[in-house]
Design a binder for this molecule. Structure first.
Ligand SMILES: [Zn+2]
Length: 151
């Protein structure tokens, strides 16, 4: 890593920690030559992931879009943005770790449902009804009953 002060190539790492987004690592370094300190960031490089919808249409996985749908379902449900961001980060990391370049919208939906179920039942039910396309009140009541019996 090139020292920004004297351009020496040798430096040592004093401290490493996750940046607030949890998808990059912040390192505090000290130049061996001039002893000045500087900071570097390592960003995890994610490859593009394709989402295959039920209709067969493919689209690029978008963390922004996923977060938006989670936010919509969990409105006023008291799940902090930090927890939601962490969930999406962990998903991206798992795609990367498992070399999953293509996922189905069902898979993604179930992952979100698993996440919401552990945090808030209302958000879970909201997401479930959009995801499964529930049409009738009785379908929804059935799901709520299942949820209650599993808790
Ligand atoms: Zn230096």
């Amino acid at each position: 890593m090139l020292c920004p002060f004297c351009k020496s190539q040798d430096s040592k790492v004093l401290e490493s920690r996750y940046a607030t987004d949890k998808a990059s690592i912040r390192r505090r370094r000290e130049c061996d030559a001039c002893k000045k300190r500087f900071t570097t960031y390592e960003k995890i490089e994610f490859f593009p992931v394709t989402v295959v919808k039920r209709s067969g249409i493919k689209e690029k996985f978008s963390r922004k879009k996923l977060l938006k749908s989670i936010k919509l379902a969990s409105k006023k449900c008291n799940i902090s943005i930090d927890i939601k961001e962490k969930f999406v980060n962990s998903l991206e990391i798992s795609f990367f770790a498992n070399s999953q370049k293509e996922i189905t919208s069902e898979f993604l939906g179930y992952k979100v449902l698993e996440f919401l179920k552990t945090h808030n039942n209302i958000a879970y039910i909201r997401y479930y009804s959009t995801f499964q396309g529930l049409k009738t009140a009785s379908e929804l009541i059935n799901e709520i009953n299942l949820l209650n019996s599993s808790n």
